[in-house]
Design a protein. Structure first.
Length: 367
């Protein structure tokens, strides 16, 4: 779907280790994605969904296919990135292509691992990165305003509509506020600017608190400070130990469960990142269930049945007749398609049907 989550962070905060764990998770499932061409800095990771296993127990398919999510390793971020420091320009161009930012923040002490800023302070680290996003947006916006001013003098109608909004947005950014909190966000001119400039500070951000093993069971002072900062900005924090996450990728499900229990946590940080990222992108899954394959298909929330069918094949949308739909809960409760159909739980839905998360679907079409 061309949607991705960009991993960012200062040097030595655990970003590369987290990305390596995601890459290993990708490789562990690589047999399921024979037609994917994976760039070196991208991990296409299966989205954990226990519902697929429950469907497979009933259908007994030849294989299971998960939905996937793209993670992109964003390199080169240091203070001054917006002025091209480090690999700043590369960092900024890469992150513009992603939809959500996962910012890995170091929340543990280790005298053997130096910190680029000389001390551990997650809020300071976040502010360094987010300042660079603001500065980059301001530079892009200043260039756009100059162009709009020239066009407005020539009586360009669209330029005249966009210019005051662009100037108000620049003032908002100059006050240290991200584009995500711009008060006139529903204005069509703002939406145009946001889409065309791919504003960095308008993107959804998730904070990944990288802790040591002791910090997993109980929040240390750094995690507490990070959570307080995130709460003020209505953002989520996921706690993980990147080193352990990388080790656990090699485990089978039982070993992984035992390890998590011994650490006093219910869900791995990696699984939380993938699940939360999926939600932040506004995505959900519907299922197809047959003897060859039980599969999860990725669509945006609010997608109609024909558009959902197009994810399988464009011809399904072109020749869409109807969709046979069984909710996941009914499919499980009645032991599969036949039982659900007999119980009157299969519905015939038309072109206007909005697909629900977990729908088990079969499309009728004619081309």
């Amino acid at each position: 779907m061309g949607l991705g989550i960009g991993l960012v962070g200062l040097p030595n905060v655990g970003k590369s280790t987290t990305f390596n764990a995601l890459t290993k998770a990708q490789n562990a499932e690589s047999a399921n994605y024979p037609f994917c061409t994976i760039e070196p800095n991208k991990a296409v990771v299966p989205v954990p969904d226990p519902r697929l296993d429950e469907l497979a127990k009933i259908v007994n398919p030849q294989r299971i296919q998960h939905s996937t999510l793209d993670f992109v390793d964003i390199a080169g971020l240091v203070k001054g990135a917006s002025q091209g420091e480090g690999l700043g320009n590369k960092f900024l161009s890469n992150i513009r292509e992603t939809e959500v930012i996962l910012q890995i923040v170091r929340c543990f002490e280790d005298e053997n691992i130096t910190h680029v800023e000389g001390s551990i302070d997650p809020v300071r680290d976040i502010e360094i990165i987010e300042t660079e996003l603001l500065l980059a947006d301001m530079e892009s916006l200043e260039k756009r305003i100059a162009a709009l001013q020239r066009k407005a003098k020539g009586n360009d109608r669209d330029a005249k509509l966009q210019l005051p909004v662009a100037e108000a947005l620049l003032k908002h950014l100059e006050e240290g506020q991200p584009a995500a909190t711009f008060p006139d966000a529903e204005n069509e001119a703002f939406k145009t600017l946001e889409k065309e400039l791919r504003l960095l500070s308008s993107k959804e951000i998730i904070y990944g608190a990288n802790v040591d093993e002791e910090g997993l069971a109980e929040d240390n002072e750094y995690v507490q400070a990070l959570k307080a900062y995130a709460a003020e900005r209505n953002r989520e924090v996921i706690k993980l130990c990147a080193k352990i996450e990388e080790e656990m990728v090699e485990f089978d499900e039982e070993e992984k469960k035992e390890m998590l229990e011994s650490l006093g946590v219910e869900e791995s940080g990696l699984d939380q990142i993938i699940r939360k990222g999926f939600e932040k992108l506004g995505l959900m899954s519907y299922f197809t269930a047959g003897v060859k394959e039980v599969r999860s298909w990725t669509i945006r929330q609010g997608t109609t049945a024909p558009k959902a069918a197009a994810v399988i094949h464009n011809d399904f949308e072109k020749g869409f007749i109807r969709a046979e739909v069984i909710s996941y809960e009914d499919f499980i409760a009645y032991g599969g398609e036949a039982g659900a159909k007999e119980a009157g739980k299969m519905r015939l839905e038309g072109k206007d049907y909005i697909v629900q998360d977990g729908d088990v679907m079969h499309f009728r079409f004619n081309v």
